[in-house]
Design a protein around this ligand. Structure first.
Ligand SMILES: Nc1nc2c(ncn2[C@@H]2O[C@H](COP(=O)(O)OP(=O)(O)O)[C@@H](O)[C@H]2O)c(=O)[nH]1
Ligand SMILES: [Mg+2]
Length: 205
């Protein structure tokens, strides 16, 4: 039996907010991180060179509702509350964003159902890396559901999602603040609805 219904691959340049997003949705998410060797934008922080692994459950009282995204542990504790609801277990897999870790991203693609591509809307300097990762992702996954997410919309130097879409040459980007649960939930659900849509089309065809 599969331990989840959908695997969501979370990619994008380093410092875009992948780890933050996964921990906002699942406080028990596991991350492997090591310290950066160099300061970036004047700050010495940490960035992921391994991966993030989060588990959440998408719960809907009615299938046409957007529903809630509940951390897996919380869901297991409060399972009775969701009796009769439609539930989908989601694995969130964050991959390292540095271009030279392409081989790590490659090994983590297996069984992916959908992709969240996270971009820092306040960091135009990373757009070259973002374009490279987007091209790599599309080449590897082909026609898989993919959402481009314009993160850090809470910053006053953030470009709009429309501008971020233009930077990357994509039709559309969705604004998000990865630190905010409501915003993170909306971004994930937008992708999950596409995954459900794809499943239904396949089933009725
Ligand atoms: N203002 C703001 N900062 C964010 C947001 N998301 C992430 N960050 C910050 O951006 C930095 C990099 O985030 P992280 O999740 O580690 O990026 P990753 O390298 O893609 O995993 C951290 O300092 C985060 O606190 C956001 O939505 N708004
Ligand atoms: Mg990270």
């Amino acid at each position: 039996m599969k331990p989840y219904d959908y695997k969501v691959y979370v990619t994008g340049p380093f410092q875009a907010g992948k780890t933050t997003l996964i921990h906002t949705l699942d406080p028990d998410a596991i991350s492997i991180e090591r310290e950066m060797r160099e300061a970036y934008r004047g700050e010495k922080g940490t960035t992921t060179t391994g991966f993030d692994l989060g588990r959440v459950v998408w719960v809907r009282k009615e299938v046409h509702h957007d529903g809630l995204v509940v951390p897996k542990k919380e869901f297991e504790r409060e399972r009775a509350e969701y009796d009769g609801w439609t539930t989908r277990e989601i694995e969130l897999r964050g991959v390292p964003g540095q271009l030279h870790f392409k081989f790590v991203r490659d090994t983590m693609r297996m069984n992916t159902d959908g992709v969240l591509m996270i971009v820092d809307s306040s960091d135009y300097g990373m757009i070259g890396d973002a374009s490279a990762i987007l091209a790599e992702t599309i080449a590897a996954f082909g026609d898989i559901p993919l959402e481009v997410i314009a993160n850090k919309q809470d910053r006053n130097d953030a470009a709009s999602p429309e501008e971020v879409a233009t930077w990357l040459g994509v039709e559309k980007a969705t604004g998000m603040c990865a630190k905010d649960h409501e915003s993170a939930r909306e971004a994930l659900i937008r992708l999950l609805k596409k995954l459900e849509g794809a499943g239904e089309e396949g089933g009725s065809a």
